[in-house]
Design a protein around this ligand. Structure first.
Ligand code: GDP
Ligand code: IMO
Ligand code: MG
Length: 427
């Protein structure tokens, strides 16, 4: 088994970036396989804080190669901004960052269309990050997209113009929508950026990754978003436009299912969601506000406040099933330091029906009541705990109870944003 997977089991922002950065030291390659600059993966190293959108979170570990796989959608402008941040901090990445030629390009008009489409939806908006993700994947599946490999094609300019014209035609579908978008300015930046991208390490990603597998290299696939935002199995239509689950690794890197090894599901010790859509265990009250304040729950990409709620076991059992999760890493346990009791939703009751651990067809429909169980909080800081045995008894009991409810071992827990705030859980 050569390719281990890290992905979020909730609605994103579970702390994937921190865990990938930590574990990357044990791998040779870290690969992003889907999503794009809608992702915001925060990594704290000493006093420095980095937010990565497209670059894999293995970039801070020397000698590790980082691949932006074919399943990713890439905005040249955002990528260069991100790389500039790395340059400023003296992070050397040029020989270690590789881009699959089959990855699709986000054009300025994709972002324009995203903004117009969202504005036209009014209250029914998805709450998109407006990075052009939906329109770019639409062009991919509609067989109209432009790929990184096209940048060096002799008729690139003609292809670009044709796609742009198509988009300008589509924008006429929204005559009543006012969107403030400087197309000329964005296009100029985009054209300058692609000149830089062309000189980067552009690869046949599927050959690159499969060769690494054959050579016995250790590979880590880094998921973006969360399983509940998956295009097929998430809370449709309030989802993103890619397969965020384990199956997306095969399509997004060009590898066989048999190459998948460990599947590490990241779970925040409570739950958050940013953007619109159903969130059964949401706490639209003071408790939710407390979680947001203590957890600094504001989007890493858009700065929007994240909606907060308790852990939702039926939701997690669903995503553990979809992903074939072999171990869970639980993050942000320290945020629960100041809670008298910690509630957990153990079952759903839909439209007054019997308690169930199964999610209904559509979480948007019907009246979903949460059946919760309360666990005693620890009411002290975890700050001085460096290993599992140092933890208060209530913390250990909570972790052990969650592991039993999920039916999967919790192998590590995280108690702070810094690298060192991570500890193994004895079996
Ligand atoms: P990602 O998108 O899954 O990588 O997660 P984000 O970076 O969007 O959001 C997670 C936030 O929680 C970031 O600000 C991290 O620095 C922070 N974080 C990660 N793990 C922990 C933890 O165990 N405790 C605390 N307090 N913060 C954490
Ligand atoms: P990371 O990788 C949390 C949400 C958006 C919106 C929906 C669709 O940091 O966990 P899109 O821009 O994809 O069209 O938005 O998905 N969303 C995320 N929420 N974390 C993310 O990424 C997200 N990426 C997209 O808020 O509700
Ligand atoms: Mg994030």
């Amino acid at each position: 088994m050569a390719v281990d997977v890290i992905l979020g089991l909730q609605w994103g922002d579970e702390g994937k970036g921190k865990i990938v950065d930590y574990l990357a030291k044990d791998y040779d390659l870290v690969c992003r396989f889907q999503g794009g600059p809608n992702a915001g993966h925060t990594i704290k190293i000493g006093d420095d804080k980095f937010v990565l959108h497209t670059v894999p979170s293995g970039v801070f570990r020397e000698n590790i190669l980082n691949v932006i796989g074919n399943g990713v959608v890439l905005d040249p402008i955002t990528l260069l901004k991100e790389l500039a941040q790395l340059d400023t901090s003296g992070i050397e990445y040029k020989d270690r960052l590789f881009i699959a030629m089959k990855a699709h390009l986000i054009l300025p008009t994709h972002r324009y269309l995203d903004a117009a489409s969202e504005a036209s939806k009014g209250k029914a908006k998805i709450g998109s990050t407006l990075k052009g993700i939906g329109p770019t994947y639409m062009d991919k599946t509609g067989r109209n997209g432009l790929r990184i490999g096209d940048l060096v094609s002799p008729n690139f300019q003609a292809k670009y113009e044709a796609l742009k014209e198509k988009h300008l035609g589509m924008l006429k579908l929204y005559p009543d929508v006012e969107v403030d978008f400087d197309l000329e300015g964005e296009e100029k930046k985009w054209m300058e950026s692609i000149e830089v991208i062309k000189k980067m390490n552009l690869i046949n990603g599927e050959y690159f990754v499969n060769k690494a597998i054959r050579e016995g290299k250790n590979i880590l696939a880094e998921g973006a978003q969360g399983s509940m935002l998956d295009i097929d199995f998430g809370t449709y239509p309030y989802v993103t436009s890619s397969n965020t689950i384990t199956s997306g690794v095969c399509n997004g890197l060009g590898i066989a299912p048999s190459a998948i090894g460990e599947v590490i599901g990241i779970v925040k010790a409570y739950c958050t969601r940013v953007g619109s859509g159903p969130f059964p265990s949401e706490l639209d009250n003071e408790m939710g506000e407390k979680l947001r304040r203590l957890g600094s729950e504001f989007g890493a990409t858009t700065g929007r406040p994240r909606r907060c709620g308790w852990l939702d076991i039926p939701q997690l059992l669903y995503t553990i099933m979809l992903n074939g999760v072999t171990q869970v890493v639980m993050t942000k346990l320290d945020i629960l330091d100041e809670f008298e009791n910690i509630d957990v939703a153990t079952h759903y009751s839909v439209d007054g029906g019997n308690a169930t651990k199964e999610l209904p067809y559509d979480l948007c429909d019907g009246d979903i009541q949460m059946i919760t169980k309360s666990y005693p909080g620890w009411n002290k800081s975890l700050d001085n705990c460096d290993n599992f045995n140092d933890l208060p008894m209530e913390t250990k009991s909570y972790v052990s109870a969650m592991s039993s409810l999920l039916g999967v071992p919790i192998s590590m827990i995280s108690t702070g944003p810094e690298r060192r705030k991570l500890m193994g859980v004895p079996r």
